[in-house]
Design a protein around this ligand. Structure first.
Ligand code: 13P
Length: 258
């Protein structure tokens, strides 16, 4: 599977800045061929951004989907609705939602089911808080998040999934994960999912990616890790030159077969 680079614009932009950034992505990322580029705008701008990306290689993700298919869920947006607009991916279980909006594993699991029902690939975010890290609970937290959110999902192991390791303490620019710390986490995710399904499932259907304060300076250290299938970028994706530099580094490493 191709390496993937995902921009999560979160709730940072307005109509003007979002459409301008989409136009910039369209122009600047034309030369990126090896990487799969995915952008997650806010819901209200999905349609417009989708039209801007029409005819390009840039794909769309939703930043979230509802855990039910349809019905009386005021304010929610269904997987079917965003699929209709052209989203092929959805970010599920982001720590900002788990923590600030009390999203539970049961909801996360329902959202993954909805993604599969609508024909989308979930980008499942997992990762420990700084307190959990200090208590040496990183591994147990990740294993629990993986089990709880996936084991009741129908569709696996036939479907694809992206696992985004986003340590909560490293999101938002205050602290950085040492890229050397990524290998044991990648191994843990592979071991856990291989035990739940099979190693063949992991090798063929799972991409393991990283997110948390990645910028163009530290990106090469991540891209050089052979086991890493991509990056999920927040703040640095709001600056087209930063994002382009991250993408072109990824392109260079991927062209080298790394
Ligand atoms: P930052 O790159 O701003 O730390 O955000 C990472 C993230 O949360 C992507 O989903």
């Amino acid at each position: 599977m191709r390496r993937i680079l995902i921009a999560n614009w979160k709730m940072n932009l307005n109509h003007q800045t979002q459409t301008q950034l989409a136009e910039d992505f369209k122009k600047r990322l034309k030369k990126i061929k090896q990487l799969e580029i995915v952008v997650a705008p806010s819901f209200v701008h999905l349609q417009e951004v989708s039209e801007i990306f029409n005819g390009t290689n840039i794909k769309l993700a939703a930043q979230d989907v509802a855990f039910e298919k349809s019905g009386a869920f005021t304010g929610e947006v269904s997987a079917g609705e965003v699929r209709e607009i052209g989203c092929q991916y959805a970010i599920i279980g982001h720590s900002e939602r788990r923590i600030k909006l009390n999203e539970t594993e049961k909801m996360v699991s329902g959202k993954i089911n909805q993604c599969y029902g609508a024909g989308m690939i979930p980008i499942l975010c997992v990762g420990e808080t700084s307190e959990e890290r200090m208590r040496n609970e990183t591994e147990s937290v990740i294993i629990k998040q993986l089990y709880d959110s996936i084991y009741k999902v129908s569709g696996l192991p036939e479907k694809e999934i992206i696992i985004a390791y986003e340590p909560v303490w490293a999101v938002g620019g205050s602290q950085f994960l040492d890229p050397d710390e990524l290998a044991p986490i990648a191994f843990l995710v592979k071991k856990t999912l291989s035990a739940m399904y099979s190693e063949k499932f992991y090798n063929n259907n799972v991409r393991f990616i990283y997110g948390g304060s990645v910028n163009s300076i530290i990106a090469p250290a991540f891209w050089s890790a052979k086991f890493l299938d991509g990056l999920l970028i927040g703040a640095a994706s709001l600056d087209i030159e930063e994002f382009y530099n991250i993408a072109s580094e990824g392109e260079t490493f991927s062209a080298r077969g790394q």
